[in-house]
Structures are given as structure tokens and as C-alpha cells.
Design a protein around this ligand. Structure first.
Ligand code: ZN
Ligand code: ZN
Length: 375
């Protein structure tokens, strides 16, 4: 990947830009690059969109913005190391709903993805997706993972009203509807669009004494840590649904869900095939010819003994029962399949060469099988 661009540059805003400017820039860019509506090259748009979302996420979070301003990308990335956490894993469904709501898409794009019908009455909160990378060992043992999610939650200080005293008046600009009409000219055409009221940001309320905790927004960005149990035998592509762990509902409905998508990283020794594990083990010619008991590494960092019978051929596969992965349904374990690879020595001492020549000669007169052997 190319070097990360500066977040301010990504959003095209000044370093001193306030929250409103950042929001505005984000909205504009998101309209241009969101994969579902973009007119640009889809691949490029997706990349750009991720970049924009990440920049927005960081610059809108006061704590992270401060770290970023001080230390650059290192300041915000280091926080997430080890947890597999990545801001670009998240798409800001709630912000996007705003945007596409403004554009007249209604909620359709999101409803397609998340199945929440945009009907009257309480709406379900946004669902989130989290991509979780785990090791093969972790998949075998199962694990408990704490993950941290950025959520929009109701401001507790003002009960979500946005007003310090709890007093709200009707917005004078939109008369409480939260929407205003805008007439725009583009060339010879005139467009009338309905957008959120700039005075009340679409809430329809006029807050005279904005709550200091949430700047009168009524909601705050908060990080919430949840504990996840990844079952034994989890495999790549597995989707865990944590009901109610998504964004809260804006109007008293059910919260969204959290979908955790598991990815098991490749292992340097073992390849997984369902519940079975496969590995390659090298053996020497004498071991294959005479038979031997060899040690085979297992996933639990122990070793198992494998009895190789005399006369074993290169490429033969032996099965160690029950030393594979646990089955996800709890019905026992898969097997460990050991592919034997015969290793021919590259360097031989004079004595070894002599022994091999004699061996070759003793083999009922067959010649040439082991080099220039001569009886
Ligand atoms: Zn208004
Ligand atoms: Zn508040």
C-alpha cells in the first residue's frame, strides 16, 4: 500500500478546521465516492471512500484528533495494535444515513444491507461490521476477545436533548420540521432540494443553552468495549452476530447488531482443510527404508509420535487421528495428515559415499540407481 495520506489533506480541510467544516467536507466527499452512488471508477472510489471515512473517524474524535495532530498516523494507529482493530473496518452507517437521507435515497441503501425497514415508528439503530483476525491456534482453542467499538450514544448529561437546562424551543428557521428547501441553479436548470435545516441541523429544535458535554448535539461518540466468545473450531468467513451491540436507535427503537466476521490467518506449518490439518514432514532415506519413529509437531505446541513402517515411499500420507481442529459443532476433532517428503542429502562424506556404493552394489546387481555406483 502506498504511504498514508495526511487526514486533513484527504478531506481537503485546513488543520484548524472545526467540527462543522470537517463534517461538511466529509459529506461532500462521501457523496462523490460512496461505492453505491459514485460515478467514478468503482475500485478507486472504494479506496477513496475508505480513506475519507478513516480520516473523518479520527478527526471527529477529539481524543484521537489530538493524538493525530501530535504524532501523526503513528499516534492513532498504535492504539489499535494487537487488537486487530482498524478504523476503516467501520463504515459510518449513521452518518451515511444522514447523507443519503438528504439526497432523497431515503434509507433504502442501508435497508438493503441491514434489513431494517424504513417504516414509521421507531427505527432500529445501525448495525456494524467488525473484521476479526485470529491465529490458527486461537481458532483451535476458542478465545475471548475484547473489542472496542466507536458508537454514537445519547448524551447522558442532557438526556439527549442537547440543551443544558432541558428547555427546547422550536427552531425559527424551519419551524420545527428540521428541513429547509433549497433552490439551486446549474446551468439552465433549476433544482429544488430539501435538506436538513442548517440552524438546527435537522432536529427542529432551537437550543439556547447547548449542553457542554455534547455541544448541543444530544449525542456523543463513545468507545464501548464488548467481550466476544469465539468458539472452538471457528473458521474463516464465519459470522458472529451480537444482537444489540450496534448503534443505538435514534428514536427509541431496538439498537443495531454487531456482525463479527472471522478471518483465520494462514499458519506457517499447518494447512487447514475443514477440521483436518495437513503438514509436510521431511524424512531421511534410511528412516523411510528401515522404518522409524519420528516426532511430528502438533498445533498445541507439543509433539506426536509417528511410526513410519519400513519401505515407506516418498509422498506417502499418514493420518494421526484426532490431532486436527475441533469441529465447530462440538463433535470431536479432525485428523492431522502428515505428508512425508523424502530428503536426499546434498553433501556426503567419502565414507558415506562408499557405503552407498556398497549398498547399491549389494542390491542384486542393479546399477545406476544411486549415482555412478560401481560394485
Ligand atoms: Zn431548523
Ligand atoms: Zn448533552
Amino acid at each position: 500500500m502506498a504511504e498514508k495520506r495526511d487526514y486533513y489533506e484527504v478531506l481537503g480541510v485546513d488543520r484548524r478546521a472545526g467540527e462543522e467544516d470537517i463534517k461538511k467536507a466529509y459529506r461532500q466527499l462521501a457523496r462523490q465516492y460512496h461505492p453505491d452512488v459514485t460515478k467514478e471508477d468503482p475500485k478507486m472510489a472504494e479506496e477513496r471512500f475508505k480513506e475519507i471515512s478513516e480520516a473523518y473517524e479520527v478527526l471527529m474524535d477529539p481524543e484521537k484528533k489530538q493524538l493525530y495532530d501530535k504524532y501523526g498516523h503513528a499516534g492513532v494507529n498504535s492504539q489499535f495494535q494487537g487488537g486487530g482493530f482498524n478504523w476503516s473496518d467501520f463504515t459510518h452507517q449513521s452518518d451515511l444515513r444522514d447523507i443519503f437521507g438528504d439526497m432523497g435515497f431515503g434509507g433504502s441503501i442501508f435497508d438493503m444491507f441491514f434489513g431494517g425497514g424504513r417504516t414509521r415508528g421507531p427505527h432500529q439503530g445501525q448495525s456494524l461490521r467488525y473484521d476479526l483476525d485470529i491465529t490458527l491456534e486461537e481458532a483451535a482453542e476458542g478465545l475471548n476477545k475484547k473489542i472496542t467499538l466507536p458508537l454514537t450514544v445519547k448524551c447522558e448529561a442532557c438526556g439527549g436533548t442537547g440543551s443544558k437546562s432541558g428547555k427546547e424551543e422550536v427552531c425559527p428557521q424551519c419551524r420545527g420540521t428540521g428541513q429547509v428547501q433549497k433552490v439551486e441553479r446549474r446551468g439552465y436548470s433549476q433544482f429544488i432540494s430539501i435538506g436538513p435545516c442548517p440552524h438546527c441541523k435537522g432536529t427542529g429544535k432551537d437550543i439556547k443553552d447547548p449542553c457542554p458535554e455534547c455541544d448541543g448535539e444530544g449525542w456523543v461518540r463513545k468507545r464501548k468495549t464488548i467481550s466476544l466468545d469465539i468458539p472452538k473450531g471457528a473458521d474463516t468467513g464465519m459470522r458472529l452476530r451480537v444482537k444489540g451491540a450496534g448503534e443505538p436507535s435514534p428514536d427509541g427503537g431496538q439498537p443495531g447488531d454487531l456482525f463479527v466476521v472471522v478471518n483465520v490467518r494462514p499458519h506457517k506449518l499447518f494447512q487447514r482443510e475443514g477440521a483436518d490439518l495437513k503438514m509436510v514432514k521431511e524424512i531421511s532415506f534410511p528412516e523411510a527404508a528401515l522404518g522409524a519413529t519420528i516426532e511430528v509437531p502438533t498445533l498445541d505446541k507439543k509433539t506426536a509420535e509417528l511410526k513410519v513402517p519400513p519401505g515407506t515411499q516418498p509422498g506417502e500420507v499418514f493420518k494421526l487421528k484426532g490431532l486436527g481442529m475441533p469441529r465447530i459443532d462440538g463433535r470431536g476433532q479432525g485428523d492431522l495428515l502428515v505428508h512425508l517428503k523424502l530428503v536426499v542429502p546434498k553433501r556426503l562424506s567419502a565414507e558415506q559415499k562408499e557405503l552407498l556404493r556398497r549398498f547399491e552394489g549389494s542390491d542384486t546387481g542393479k546399477k545406476g540407481l544411486f549415482g555412478r555406483g560401481k560394485g
